[in-house]
Design a protein around this ligand. Structure first.
Ligand code: NDP
Ligand code: MG
Ligand code: MG
Length: 328
């Protein structure tokens, strides 16, 4: 099992002499930059001249430069532009990484699949909150933490781990707990999870459930509530207390029906094939090629998703009903 680190294992003063460049000010970028800044760490934000986020960052009291200038000014450079953009941004800033500097990521794709190949004399590591950026920021402001991952890919200075833990503490992750992992494990589990379970698996199950009911003549509104809306209630119970809390909260009929029928909808071989495609690099190659071609298939899939009946029905129902202020 992987080690887990908390606040008492980390010391922000290990990066008090460092300047951290945050490249990008999107979901993760704004959260890292603001949390580091408020933790007393010296931060500069790297954004291209045309970026519409420049003002937002400056309004928060952050210093904004171009990515190249930010990397030149910094000892630690955190890549928080979209993964597909990182190789080209890296090519711009590569020469600004001096021996002993640290290159950081919040996801391992580009290192693991060889899209970014750092020089031998820089430290390379990952500090990855396991949550969208707005929650990383919101939790920090509330004095709470966001669970995170730490991975060391290259440690030339012997200081990578203590600096990584210091960074993780400064963005609030060690308040919740930071699990140590590797670039390979993070990248492969992340891609598998989002494809097979979280994003791909769940949407496909909801869609096909909805279609099965509608095709059998049931009303789309009933199908929507049953297959999509109630999913959140079930997932909240699982999140709070695991499967048993969920099973204990639903009726015995739901529990028996679920336990005996659930397996029927899952294609275990399909899951194994997805994992294989992640492990052997086939998915990565496909996605890199797709981006080089300006994303023709991506656009098609996205259009089909947007035009699916469940989107129209859901939009209408979400306007008609109020489901409470806690909906995010
Ligand atoms: P975003 O899509 O939110 O990043 C957008 C930022 O990148 C903007 O500031 C944008 O600035 C900048 N940017 C885009 N293109 C360029 C470019 N060509 N040159 C310079 N800057 C550019 O990214 P995320 O925060 O979602 O992801 C960042 C990293 O964090 C990724 O590695 C991701 O895998 C990882 N991660 C993301 C999580 C999430 O929930 N979002 C969770 C955990 C990890 P501009 O205004 O110039 O376009
Ligand atoms: Mg430098
Ligand atoms: Mg250093």
């Amino acid at each position: 099992t992987n080690p887990i680190y908390y606040d008492e294992d980390a010391d922000v003063s290990n990066i008090e002499d460092e300047t951290v460049a945050i490249l990008g000010y999107g979901s993760q970028g704004h959260a890292h930059a603001l949390n580091l800044h408020e933790s007393g760490v010296d931060v500069v934000v790297g954004l291209r001249e045309s970026s519409s986020s420049r003002e937002a960052a400056q309004d928060e009291g952050l210093e904004v430069m171009t990515p190249v200038d930010a990397a030149a000014a910094a000892d630690m450079v955190m890549m928080l532009v979209p993964d597909t953009v990182q190789p080209s941004v890296y090519a711009q800033i590569e020469d600004e990484l001096d021996a002993g500097d640290t290159l950081m990521f919040a996801h391992g794709f580009n290192i693991h699949y060889g899209q970014i190949r750092p020089a031998d004399d820089v430290d390379v590591m990952m500090v990855a909150p396991k949550s969208p950026g707005h929650l990383v920021r919101r939790n920090y402001e509330k004095g709470e933490g966001t669970p995170g991952l730490l991975a060391i890919y290259q440690d030339t200075t012997g200081e990578a781990k203590e600096e990584g833990l210091a960074y993780a503490k400064a963005i609030g992750c060690t308040r919740a707990g930071v699990i140590e992992t590797t670039f390979r494990e993070e990248t492969e589990t992340d891609l598998f999870g989002e494809q097979a379970v979280l994003c791909g698996g769940v949407t496909e199950m909801v869609k096909v459930g909805f279609e099965t009911l509608v095709d059998a003549g049931y009303s789309p509104e009933m199908a929507y509530f049953e297959c999509l809306n109630e999913l959140k209630l079930i997932v909240d119970l699982m999140y709070e207390g695991g499967h048993m809390e969920m099973w204990n909260s639903v009726s015995d009929t739901a529990e028996y029906g679920g336990l005996t029928r659930g397996e029927e909808v899952i294609n275990r071989e399909g899951m194994e094939e997805i994992l294989e495609g992640v492990q052997n690099g086939e998915f990565a190659r496909e996605w890199i090629t797709e981006n080089q071609a300006n994303r023709p298939a991506y656009k098609q899939y996205r259009d089909a998703e947007q035009n699916h009946q469940i989107e129209e029905v859901g939009g209408r129902l979400r306007d008609l009903f109020a489901w409470g202020d806690d909906a995010e």
